[in-house]
Design a protein around this ligand. Structure first.
Ligand code: HAM
Length: 417
């Protein structure tokens, strides 16, 4: 028996219905915000992620699924969506008309240690906005995320925000962090020892050493921001206030990807605390240029759909999903198949969720199907119905029966469903 890979899972039954609902809602909200759908390949050249996400990030050094293809090229199955979308924007010159607002949905792959809320195949719902550097766009991007979560019924959301400044600011801040940690780095885990020179910001994000007292006393990036960076960050906060979005400033929020500049943020559920961020993003004004494209400011985020759905389940939030059938056609015997299948086609073309028993079960079996699909109406088709065209519609809840002419059936359903 071949089993699924560790860190992956099958989506079926109620879970697949939930996933579909969440994806559709995300599409709807993105469309309201004037975003268009983009789909990029699951595999890309490895170099894209090395240059884009960053050589020293955990994602690239430890977590990518890499393979050499038959043409001896190094490929990677995407660990995240931003780099691939940026590549597509550059390669297809989508930047010719700016601003450009794109959303995507799909699986990403990271070789992480599986645990609650952490998978090796993770599903993301993401947006990217290109061509606007005004902080109002940062606030708008965050507001899309918050509105989506609120629409799902997740009201207790905190948006953590921080500002990482530009390259110069970060250079100075990195030096300050190295000075702060270097004399006591022996107290830290092996990963942090390595991070000290390569990527000291990531020490602040370490889950192993987060109790070390040096973490609390570490210098804050916010004290290193230039006047302009500070003003920009203040503007983001102001616009979030205007939009009535609750946020907290977390000066230790550094994010696990190297492309960020200035604003970074994460969406956290206040109700479920052992699952990590349910989404995260930020501004990445240098990414397109570093990938050989034009200099275009960009901002975006991605939700971890698996985590969003898991929080919905933990909070027992019932989504307004109606998966019930409108009509189940119950034909008495195979003789009525022609009539029933034509009627069924008609109902479906008119937009009704309808089905019938195609395997010619006995009556008991057919009624079992009615229950299974929770059909609102049942139409029994026998010899008489075929002959007269007068149909009996039974309301499966009230058990009330109504006689309706075949030609009036759709009118009847239009007023009653
Ligand atoms: P990220 O923070 O790496 O950002 O991932 C975004 C979200 O994906 C996380 O907040 C989390 O909910 C979910 N996630 C990450 N890893 C896992 C995992 N192993 N299992 C389950 N869920 C996971 C990005 O990927 C950026 N590309 C976001 C972005 C878009 N920044 C700008 N634009």
């Amino acid at each position: 028996m071949i089993q699924k890979l560790k860190g992956t899972y099958d989506v079926y039954g109620d879970l697949s219905i939930k996933h579909n609902y969440v994806k559709k809602l995300f599409e709807e909200i993105c469309s309201n915000y004037n975003y268009n759908y983009i789909e990029t390949p699951l595999i890309e050249r490895s170099e894209l992620f090395h240059r884009g996400v960053g050589e020293t990030t955990d994602i690239v050094t430890k977590e990518t699924y890499d393979f050499v293809d038959r043409g001896n090229r190094n490929n990677t199955i995407r660990p995240e969506g931003t780099a691939g979308v940026a590549r597509a924007v550059i390669e297809n010159k989508l930047y010719n008309t700016l601003p450009l607002k794109l959303y995507y949905m799909g699986s990403m792959f990271r070789y992480e240690r599986p645990q609650k809320g952490r998978y090796r195949e993770l599903r993301q719902l993401g947006i990217e906005l290109y061509g606007v550097d005004n902080p109002i766009s940062d606030a708008e991007v965050i507001s899309l995320g918050v509105n989506f979560l609120n629409e799902l019924g997740l009201k207790n959301i905190t948006v953590k925000i921080n500002c990482l400044g530009g390259i110069e600011t970060r250079k100075k801040y990195k030096e300050a962090l190295i000075n702060h940690f270097k004399n006591n780095i022996d107290e830290f885990c092996d990963d942090c020892k390595e991070r000290l020179e390569k990527n000291p910001l990531r020490i602040l994000d370490c889950k192993v050493d987060n109790k070390n007292k040096l973490m609390k006393s570490a210098p804050s990036i916010l004290d290193f921001l230039t006047k302009e960076e500070k003003e920009n960050f203040d503007k983001v906060k102001k616009y979030l206030d205007v939009l009535d979005i609750k946020y907290v400033i977390d000066n230790t929020l550094v994010r696990g990807l190297d492309y960020y500049t200035n604003l970074v943020f994460e969406f956290i559920s206040d109700d479920v605390d052992d699952i990590g961020s349910i989404g995260g993003g930020g501004r990445y004004d240098n990414l397109l240029k570093s990938l050989g494209g034009p200099d275009i400011p960009s901002v975006g985020f991605a939700f971890g759909m698996d985590r969003v759905v898991s929080v919905l389940a933990s909070l027992e939030i019932k989504l307004p999903i109606n998966n019930d059938l409108d009509v189940y056609i119950l034909n008495i015997s195979e003789k009525e198949f022609n009539y029933s299948i034509e009627l069924l086609q008609n109902l479906r073309m008119c937009g009704y969720r309808a089905d019938m028993d195609l395997s010619n079960k006995n009556m008991k079996g057919k009624f079992k199907e009615v229950d299974r699909y929770n059909s609102k109406y049942i139409i029994i088709i026998g010899e008489d119905e075929v002959k007269t065209g007068i149909l009996t519609i039974k309301d499966n809840i009230t058990k009330e029966e109504t006689k309706v002419n075949y030609d009036d059936l759709i009118d009847f359903l239009d007023t009653n469903v």
